[in-house]
Write a protein that binds this ligand. Structure first.
Ligand SMILES: Nc1ncnc2c1ncn2[C@@H]1O[C@H](COP(=O)(O)OP(=O)(O)OP(=O)(O)O)[C@@H](O)[C@H]1O
Ligand SMILES: [Mg+2]
Length: 601
């Protein structure tokens, strides 16, 4: 493959990365720090504790211990300069670091509630009433120059990227997450980026499935800037093919720390999936084992996740947080496809769903399941164990580095990705149907994101390695799907043909035995059938009502008729009407029928 225009290739250097900063947890100083107090010097910070100076009896000054050491990180306010709060950091008696946001509103209206929250997180403080009042006064009056913007959810906030526990943010207007459930997020880091590159990304080389799922990790943060649709990629194959391993590997670009790494289970409800989506907004959501979700809910959950909109009933509190919509890339695994799973629950997959969630055969065709290259490991099972262990050891750093290098000169890098996507599309065979082209664009996005990550020095892959893996998986997706046209059209035609096969002899009255002495009695008639020996055709005349309500059950009958017509299977009137007029014995003269015509073998 030739290279897209390289003149706009992003720089790999980090020269302009100084415009952004990455806020990672800093240790709390163990020793005294300078007094951080009100102007009057009423509060002092001494020996790892906060004290207040008060006038005692007979004007004798005394000091009251308020609480153990805490660090004031700054003042936080929303984008419209409301909802002011103080951001503090402290350690519990075990030495575990905690962060809390205490709003001025809470300190004024419900100070006891604020104190109870801090106590729950393990801040040691003086429980006496006087001390508690002084403590609240301290929080209300403490001086701090640092300012932050609040973000109620993770993901992009203007041009800053917010994680639950840190942010990659512009220095001149830094942002911090103040939303709920910080502990539930798995976007944690372990190991260094160099370790991840050598131990995880390098092992992905030569393995198209591992590469594209990892590309999806990077692509997820580009959706907003490229204005691309949410996308799902579903790895489908036999048991012990390495599917979950592949998900753990890709998820390690984002985080981990859980026995399943960054991987979550499909076992969820509609509400649960909305919460997942919000927690993974502008990011990657990894869902393992599709069979765990009730097939009856699968379609709605996939639709909700990938449509990117919360349902109205959820919206009241989420909307308040600005979190009623999301962008996300879902990667998933299962022994069956979404369509098969829905079938088992009596529902049928629609074209729209099958291009939202693209089935990628897990078996890469080398007799090693998901894997194609074992990098010297004796067996695929050993390789799976090694790469999975590495991904559980080193995680979280790649996406942070990607964002850090993406932010400076963002527009140029987004433009470069756009160019790569167009180039990828231009390499595909001409005449792809609209659904196929839509799916291809999602693979193109993976290619562009992977190439960008490579140019940033994150993956250690060769140039075009990500692109080639994306193309390979697109080709596999296409051949697995078996048609370059619309899958809904194909399914509708198949359903009509299946109806004729099943009922052609029993539910269509044959015009040919009209003159027979004992014509067959047809129960539950669906229409009539005529043989034209001259043209060697069978003409099935469907009663319109039966065709719409029974034959096309689950489909729009107009879509089915259009698809039949496109394939030359529907006889139409010269005027273009989709019904033909026929006079059949004992039926109204010149009644309209849908006429499906098949060649006689
Ligand atoms: N390609 C492979 N060939 C043979 N064994 C493998 C392969 N990949 C993984 N294994 C082994 O199979 C076990 C399960 O791996 P993994 O969970 O990744 O598979 P899976 O495809 O998700 O299986 P399941 O469908 O049961 O969830 C592991 O012990 C692993 O070592
Ligand atoms: Mg599995």
């Amino acid at each position: 493959m030739s290279k897209p225009l390289s003149k706009t290739q992003p720089k790999t250097a980090t020269e302009d990365a100084s415009a952004v900063e990455e806020r990672l947890p800093e240790p709390i100083p163990a020793t005294d720090k300078p007094a951080e107090s009100d102007d009057a010097g009423k509060f002092v910070d001494r020996a790892g504790a906060i004290w207040a100076k008060v006038q005692g009896a007979k004007d004798k000054a005394r000091e009251v211990w308020l609480c153990d050491a805490l660090v004031v990180m700054g003042l936080v306010r929303s984008h419209n300069s409301e909802e002011w709060c103080l951001w503090i950091r402290f350690k519990d008696p075990d030495g575990v670091q905690h962060e809390e946001h205490v709003s001025y509103e809470e300190l004024t209206l419900e100070p006891r509630k604020a104190i109870a929250r801090l106590a729950r997180s393990g801040l040691k403080f003086n429980p006496r009433r006087e001390a508690q009042e002084l403590f609240c006064e301290y929080l209300r009056t403490v001086k701090t120059k640092k300012r932050w913007r609040s973000a109620f959810r993770v993901g992009w906030c203007e041009r800053s990227y917010v994680f639950a526990d840190d942010s990659i943010t512009r220095k001149d207007d830094p942002v911090v997450y103040v939303g709920p459930d910080r502990a539930d997020f798995r976007t944690k880091c372990a190991g260094t980026l160099a370790e991840w590159t050598t131990q995880v990304a390098q092992r992905c080389r030569g393995n198209s499935r591992l590469i594209i799922l990892t590309c999806a990790a990077f692509a997820s943060v580009l959706l907003k800037w490229l204005d691309e649709e949410n996308a799902g990629f579903h790895l489908v194959g036999r048991t012990s093919d390495g599917k979950t391993t592949a998900l753990i590997v890709a998820g390690s670009a984002w985080g981990g720390g859980h026995p399943m790494g960054f991987v979550r289970s499909w076992r969820t409800t509609e509400n649960g999936c909305e919460l997942f989506a919000i927690q993974h907004c502008d990011g990657l959501l990894v869902l393992d084992e599709l069979a765990q979700i009730d097939p009856k809910h699968a379609a709605t959950v996939v639709y909700t996740l990938l449509n990117g909109q919360a349902k109205n009933r959820m919206a009241s509190d989420l909307r308040r947080m600005g979190a009623d919509s999301w962008r996300v890339i879902v990667i998933s695994s299962g022994e069956i496809t979404l369509g098969e799973h829905m079938d088992s629950g009596g529902a049928r997959i629609r074209g729209g769903q099958s291009v939202r969630m693209l089935d990628i055969p897990a078996d890469a065709g080398k007799g090693m399941g998901v894997f194609e290259e074992l990098h010297g490991t004796p067996t695929p099972a050993d390789f799976a164990r090694e790469i999975s262990a590495a991904a559980r050891r080193c995680y979280g750093t790649p996406i942070r580095q990607f964002l850090k290098l993406l932010l400076p000169d963002l527009d140029a890098k987004v433009g470069w990705c756009r160019e790569w996507i167009e180039w990828f599309m231009s390499q595909l065979p001409a005449g792809l149907g609209s659904e196929t082209a839509r799916a291809a664009r999602r693979f193109a996005l993976l290619a562009a994101a992977g190439e960008l990550a490579t140019s940033f020095g994150i993956t250690g892959w060769d140039e075009h390695e990500a692109n080639d893996a994306a193309r390979r998986c697109f080709d596999d997706w296409l051949s697995n799907r078996g048609t370059t046209g619309s899958s809904d059209d194909a399914a509708a035609v198949a359903q009509v043909m299946a109806f004729i096969e099943a009922h052609g002899a029993s539910r269509f009255q044959s015009e040919d035995d009209r003159d027979s002495v004992s014509p067959r009695i047809i129960h539950n008639r669906a229409g009539f059938v005529r043989t034209n020996f001259k043209t060697r055709e069978l003409e099935y005349l469907f009663l319109a009502e039966t065709f719409r309500n029974e034959v096309c059950k689950g489909f729009d009958s107009q879509l089915a008729l259009r698809a039949l017509k496109e394939r030359g299977l529907l006889r139409i009137q010269e005027s273009g009407r989709l019904t033909v007029k026929r006079s059949v014995e004992n039926m109204a003269k010149n009644q309209g029928y849908y006429a499906v015509v098949l060649d006689i073998e």
